[in-house]
Design a protein. Structure first.
Length: 83
């Protein structure tokens, strides 16, 4: 998934705003057994003109990183959310 996000970012010059933009099928988190529990690290891009005009420009959210959404820790004490 990280490779797909990186490839999308490289080819488009920006990160995807949704996982489906970067990949056709979102995999299931092996810990939560769900494709909807992924935790995304995002960044909001605010255009410069947003600060200089009265009309607000569209903001864009970009996915930077992804982690498991599972609570708890593995057998070595590492949080699943760190994977």
């Amino acid at each position: 998934m990280r490779r797909a996000i990186a490839a999308y970012t490289k080819s488009h010059g920006r990160g995807p705003s949704a996982l489906r933009e970067a990949m056709a099928h979102v995999p299931i988190d092996p810990i939560t057994h769900s494709a909807t529990t992924w935790r995304l690290t995002t960044e909001e891009t605010v255009p410069v003109d947003d600060f200089t005009t009265r009309t607000a420009a569209a903001k864009r959210i970009e996915i930077l990183e992804i982690h498991s959404g599972a609570a708890g820790r593995d057998g070595k004490g590492k949080r699943y959310s760190e994977y």
